[in-house]
Design a protein around this ligand. Sequence first.
Ligand code: FAD
Ligand code: NAD
Length: 465
Amino acid sequence: MSDLDVDVVVIGAGPVGENAAGRAHEQGLSAAIVEAGLVGGECSYYACIPSKALLRPVDLLAATHRIPGVEAGPIDVGKVLARRDQFANPDDSGQADWLSGAGVTLLRGHGRLAGERAVEVTHDDGTTTTVSARSVVVATGSVPTAPPVDGIDDVGAWTNRDATQVKDVPSSLLILGGGVVGVEMATAYVRLGAQVTLVQHGDRLIPATEAEAGRRVQAALEADGVDVRLGTSMTAVRRDGADVVATLDDGSEVRGAELLVAAGRRSTTDDLGLETVGLPPGRPLGADDTTTVLGDWLYAVGDASTGAKLTHMGKYQARICADVIVARAHGKELGGRYSHHAATAEHTAVPQVIFTDPQVAAVGHSEASARDSGLPVRAVSFEIGNTAGGSLQADGYDGFASIVVDTEREVIVGATFVGQDVADMVHGATIAIVGEVPLSRLWHAVPSFPTMSEVWLRLLETYGL
Ligand SMILES: Cc1cc2nc3c(=O)[nH]c(=O)nc-3n(C[C@H](O)[C@H](O)[C@H](O)COP(=O)(O)OP(=O)(O)OC[C@H]3O[C@@H](n4cnc5c(N)ncnc54)[C@H](O)[C@@H]3O)c2cc1C
Ligand SMILES: NC(=O)c1ccc[n+]([C@@H]2O[C@H](COP(=O)([O-])OP(=O)(O)OC[C@H]3O[C@@H](n4cnc5c(N)ncnc54)[C@H](O)[C@@H]3O)[C@@H](O)[C@H]2O)c1
């Protein structure tokens, strides 16, 4: 392909890069995007979408067992995997068509910075294209990290890619890591029929959430038959016939047909030509609130950056990034906090839903992180099963909601919902945090009867209103 000159070039066509390029083009700029793998990135084929396609059926089935007279099952694993394929078949022609329909030029190949405002693309056939651009956006995502465990490179360990694209559910699965990937995949696999052992070196699961959320998820996994080993590290792994055998630091051994490594992710910035612009390779790209990394031309968004590694937050950064690029292209002043030019929510209101059963939906601070930040806070919680809505939703409803209140400003700085079907409840809390709605005004936001959102009223009463 002949060399190209555009307003914006984006490296990486995951959900985040696509959004940055599409929004810049929508506002009149010419845009190109470089993709080495599949357009749509990790999220579409190997992460968010296929994992939720595996989790929704097992979640629904469990819900039927909480109401007498409607119990469904057994689960048809083949049909579950076939439906997952409909969502996450690794064929990116549809997403590539979307890009061309949106007017963005797609360059297939590996992109590297080649000095200021230039990207060199190496195509599969070895030819290269040089793209000159006023602005360059890095949206190269992340890859799994490999913890230092003897033999881990020799046992054919699974990453999220194998776990989400599985063709046959193995009889047993070892999982290394009790973060978000670990607990979601433990939930899916144990309910699809595998015997699951989960090894987490910390003293609790999903450590970034409220401690009680981790305890409830652990209790639910154990009730499903998952062998949860906390405070334990794998020291070595080896193949023994068809099995993977892992040695733990307490001297014991656990085995499974496969080993899934779910021990975190690192930004994909090591083979990106960063050294050609004076930046160190291999680290997340530190961007300011405008998503700018360098001068007024280099930007980073999504998992490649130091921001939250979540699709929705990456796409938020991408919208900010595109609007900053467009403003600068037209010589306009950038707006401040809560304008279209600052990713302010990164500091105050990052929401996340963990699709375990119970689900964990949280936004903003946990009580511990608020105290660590020096905020004067008080946290209150309430069992959702003690609302009429919760008790109707499921017999013996297991779950709670909690809010973390800044006692000086009397506004919510964090909220957590744990339980069946709570995923969508978190957005109300996100709005309250971003809007800095005083508790006295929230008192007038009346939740409908009989819904689980009445837990909001109970939380405010428990706080003292
Ligand atoms: C199992 C799992 C489940 C998840 N579930 C959720 C969820 O439910 N909700 C949620 O919000 N988040 C979830 N996440 C996180 C989410 O997947 C990421 O935050 C999201 O994919 C980040 O998007 P991105 O566009 O920044 O990066 P990616 O999706 O990783 O895309 C980056 C793209 O850049 C390409 N690329 C990299 N380097 C180059 C280069 N030099 N040249 C050209 N192309 C390049 C890659 O091929 C890739 O296509 C999950 C993650 C995992 C692992
Ligand atoms: N529903 C969602 O929003 C969702 C789902 C999946 C993943 N994600 C995102 O993807 C990213 C990656 O997830 P992840 O679960 O891989 O990372 P993570 O950082 O959430 O969890 C990794 C876990 O592995 C543990 N660990 C690390 N090394 C270990 C070792 N040697 N032995 C035992 N335990 C070890 C850590 O204590 C940690 O709890 C995260 O940013 C996550 O938020 C989001």
